[in-house]
Ligand binder design. Sequence first.
Ligand SMILES: [Zn+2]
Length: 137
Amino acid sequence: MTTRTHDVDHELIEAAAHVARTRCRGDNHTMAAAARAQDGRIVTAVNAYHFTGGPCAELVLIGAAAAQGVYALDTVVAVGDRDRGVVPPCGRCRQVLLDYFPALKVIVGAGDRVRTVLITDLLPESYVWADHQLDAE
Ligand SMILES: [Zn+2]
């Protein structure tokens, strides 16, 4: 395996699991996410399901973090409700997370296989939006 691994932030997983256990309700909120800010703070969020494309917990998390003045995230993890454990980010979230936080670490894997990988490892040969804005300075 060529993916570089990092220590796993178990406190962060537990923060997301706690929100998944206590705040997810019915069909609208089924996933929780937690992020470790670069200053050490933990920010949490839940998804807002809607058939028109409501945001995943990771995307709500970006806004929730900004609302608290947190713009630099170090690590993120998502946990499913009903004890589903760590759930990897979907394709859309991988792209958004990469564009917002190119050096972000993401906790993935279930049970004994839980590990920390770089967002760039989850999206190889990725499209970098900023690189293709021809009118940008
Ligand atoms: Zn997603």
